[in-house]
Design a protein around this ligand. Structure first.
Ligand SMILES: Nc1ncnc2c1ncn2[C@@H]1O[C@H](COP(=O)(O)OP(=O)(O)O)[C@@H](O)[C@H]1O
Ligand SMILES: [Mg+2]
Length: 508
């Protein structure tokens, strides 16, 4: 245990002016499961991509068994026995399990018949209790099974250092338990295991040593037995006394109840429950912030509210009227507005110009059209209006919006959505990927809407945004909604610990 198999020393990595890793030191030992914990954007994936030769650090050293190595490519890392299972798998869907694994191996230089190949691979997977049908095609497998293929791919290549990026994000709870059993078996056989996670519970339950990253730097590192909920939360989200910016207007001043969500459950695309028995009341003149790590049911929740996804059970009421079965279009007429998280695939049509995009929802209504004929003058006037009102920088009215910057696309989309003074605005990650200027502009628009009396549901994974904008806050975690917190009394710690799931037990 005295010499680490791998050591990273003083690693720095920037992307443009984003500091992804700053002076990071970390040691990985044989026989250990090392967890890398931190919020989205903390620099976890970047660090592990450096360790697997995918990114080059700006400075810093990597030592393998005490000797410095320079990883010029991922092949260098693979040759040293370092392998990573990425969040997005790299499997050829139309090939079999055996073919995928074999193609990735050194042995693939010799031609084997498929029987030999399959036997060989099944032997390898059985050694670690990773049940796999070597003949199956990748497309026939569940996500959990595909992940197993990725793991066996590395084992078959003789990988000694296995890194997994958020491995449980795609798994059911049962699959996660099985996966951690496998990781333990591999560690017991002397391999080095590292996994990335933002879930405190699973980190505490399944690792031997924990390193916490925040804002690109190592905040804390400890043996799992020394980890407490308090210590980890502090390292993950920062100190309790973080200065909070007070936004304008009085918070929590309630108008009428606009949206009532009653015991709502919704399934995701895989048919699994993604939203679990959520009940909420949202009021006019408030911003209700939903915090949480993306992928915990937020997408399904916002889509079901917008009418883009079916209700599994429960109901959605707008001012007392059950809208659960109404189409998106009917909901819009009744006062819904939706700022979707994929602005370019769900909100705007990138190949169309600004004018066409502004009338996407209302092309068949006056003044934009009359008796089926578009009124180009009215459309143009409206677009020009949006441009000046929201300061939308653009390359001309005829340019496809796909060529505009993200911030200007988002302004256009929001301008269109709020044009009819909606009662309810569902805003999913409205400033994701935008620069500071655009972020501020969009926040200002949302504040103005709140102040005129709209009810705003703001979904975000940035705690700063939630605390700056929201009047009330709840956290989504594995499909559940936490209790509702008043922004004036809650803390980053409280919200942060709900985000990383320390509260799961009380809900399941
Ligand atoms: N290829 C990239 N180009 C530009 N910025 C990046 C890139 N990869 C990561 N970043 C930025 O670096 C920071 C750390 O990201 P990442 O390592 O992915 O965090 P984590 O895995 O902890 O969520 C983030 O601010 C992210 O936006
Ligand atoms: Mg990551």
């Amino acid at each position: 245990m005295n010499q680490p198999v791998l050591e990273m020393r003083g690693i720095n990595k920037t992307f443009g002016n984003v500091v992804a890793n700053h002076n990071v030191n970390i040691k990985l030992y044989a026989g250990e499961i090392h967890a890398l914990l931190g919020e989205n954007g903390a620099g976890k994936s970047t660090l592990m991509n450096i360790l697997t030769g995918i990114y080059k650090p700006n400075s810093g050293q990597i030592l393998y068994k005490g000797k410095e190595v320079v990883l010029k490519s991922s092949k260098n890392a693979v040759d040293l026995g370092i392998g990573m299972v990425h969040q997005h798998f790299a499997l050829v869907q139309t090939l079999s399990v055996a073919e995928n694994i074999y193609l990735h191996s050194e042995k693939c230089k010799t031609i084997l018949n498929s029987r030999e190949m399959e036997n060989d691979i099944e032997k390898c997977s059985k050694a670690f209790n990773l049940a796999l049908d070597a003949k199956a095609k990748i497309w026939q497998l569940s996500v959990g099974e595909q992940q197993r293929v990725e793991i066996v791919k590395l084992l078959y290549r003789g990988t000694e250092v296995l890194i997994l990026d958020e491995p449980t994000a795609v798994l059911t709870p049962q699959e996660s338990v099985e996966m951690f059993k496998t990781l333990r078996k591999m560690a017991d056989s002397g391999k080095v295991i590292a996994f990335i996670s933002h879930k405190m519970g699973e980190v505490m339950a399944n690792s031997d040593r924990i390193t916490v990253l925040r804002g690109g730097t190592v905040e804390d590192t400890m043996l799992a037995e020394d980890a407490t909920e308090e210590r980890l939360t502090k390292a993950v989200v920062g100190s309790a006394n973080k200065l909070m910016k007070q936004s304008q207007e009085n918070r929590g001043a309630h108008g009428a109840c606009i949206l009532k969500v009653q015991d709502l459950s919704v399934k995701n695309d895989k048919g699994l429950l993604a939203v679990k028995n959520i009940s909420l009341d949202l009021y006019a003149g408030e911003i209700f912030g939903i915090a949480g790590v993306a992928g915990n049911g937020q997408r399904e929740f916002s889509e079901v509210l917008a009418g883009l996804r079916e209700v599994e059970s429960g109901a959605v009421l707008l001012k007392g009227e059950d809208v659960s079965r109404m189409s998106p279009k009917t909901r819009i007429k009744k006062g819904f507005a939706f700022i979707p998280e994929d602005r370019l695939s769900m909100g705007l049509v990138p190949s169309m110009n600004m004018m066409d995009n502004t009338i996407l929802k209302e092309y068949d209504t006056e003044p934009y059209s009359r008796k089926g004929i578009l009124n180009h003058k009215a459309i143009q006037k409206n677009t020009v209006n949006f441009i000046s009102r929201y300061d939308i920088k653009n390359g001309g009215l005829d340019l496809p919006v796909g060529l505009m910057s993200g911030g200007n696309q988002q302004k256009l989309l929001i301008a269109r959505e709020i044009n009819g003074e909606p009662l309810l605005i569902i805003a999913a990650y409205p400033v994701r990927g935008l620069d500071i200027g655009a972020t501020e502009a969009i926040h200002k628009i949302l504040m103005e809407q709140r102040n005129r009396g709209a009810c705003i549901l703001l979904i975000s994974e940035e705690l700063d945004e939630i605390f700056e904008m929201a009047d009330r806050i709840a956290v989504m975690n594995i499909g559940f909604m936490s209790e509702v917190l008043n922004r004036n009394v809650t803390t980053y710690e409280e919200v942060g610990s709900l985000m990383i799931g320390m509260d799961n037990n009380s809900k399941t």
